[in-house]
Design a protein around this ligand. Structure first.
Ligand code: GRF
Length: 203
């Protein structure tokens, strides 16, 4: 399965996907990494892995749709079959979602449907939940909503601060995203309405 990864910055989830795809038995390959921000660490990670990169700066476009058309054109050109948003910090609109319908997945740093949006770790601390984590899901028009492929939970520990909790979740993200990509690439994820069902034995 040919995968395009869209990022905005650090790219540690991208790194986890690059590392997984480098394994000879892994059923997906990353053919293009796009960042909307120039000169970010994620682009350097892709270059080090020998993967093609493009910077498509949203600031250079008049509106969201023309920016998104450029993303889609670049990925179509590269033969992308599945798009992974990995720390991509732009909201996307209906045309982009329609083009990539059920071919676009994202990782979000909470156990959805809890804590959609930003500042998930601080909000988890403020709410006093004892379990937090991350979710990989198909992208829909509503932000941080969509059929859930997989989730990983981590404990919230007494005395945690935002950074400590974020680090614990991030470690789980780096496990979860490659696992979910593998399930999708193996054709084991069936979307039925709002639900993604996983076929076959649990990984
Ligand atoms: C991750 O926590 C991701 O879930 C969130 O933004 C962060 C991106 O980190 N959406 P990185 O760029 O993958 O290191």
């Amino acid at each position: 399965l040919k995968v395009g990864v869209v990022i905005s910055g650090r790219g540690s989830n991208l790194q986890a996907l690059l590392d997984a795809c480098a394994r000879p038995d892994f059923p997906a390959e990353i053919v293009l990494v796009i960042s909307n921000n120039p000169d970010v660490e994620g682009l350097r990670r892709a270059e080090r892995a020998g993967v093609a990169t493009e910077t498509i700066n949203h600031r250079g476009f008049g509106d969201r749709q023309s920016f998104e058309r450029a993303l889609t054109a670049a990925m179509e050109q590269a033969g992308v079959e599945l798009v992974c948003h990995a720390g991509f910090m732009r909201i996307v609109t209906a045309d982009y979602l329609a083009h990539w319908h059920n071919r676009l997945i994202n990782i979000h740093p909470s156990l959805l449907p809890a804590f959609p949006g930003l500042d998930t770790h601080q909000r988890a601390l403020d709410t006093g939940v004892k379990l937090h984590g991350c979710t990989v899901h198909y992208v829909r028009e509503e932000v941080d909503v969509g059929p859930i492929i997989g989730q990983a939970a981590v404990p919230v520990l007494d005395g945690d601060d935002e950074d400590g909790l974020a680090a614990r979740v991030l470690t789980a993200e780096h496990q979860l995203y490659p696992l979910c990509l593998k399930l999708v690439a193996e054709g084991r994820v069936q979307v039925e309405g709002d639900i993604a069902r996983i076929q076959g034995p649990a990984a």
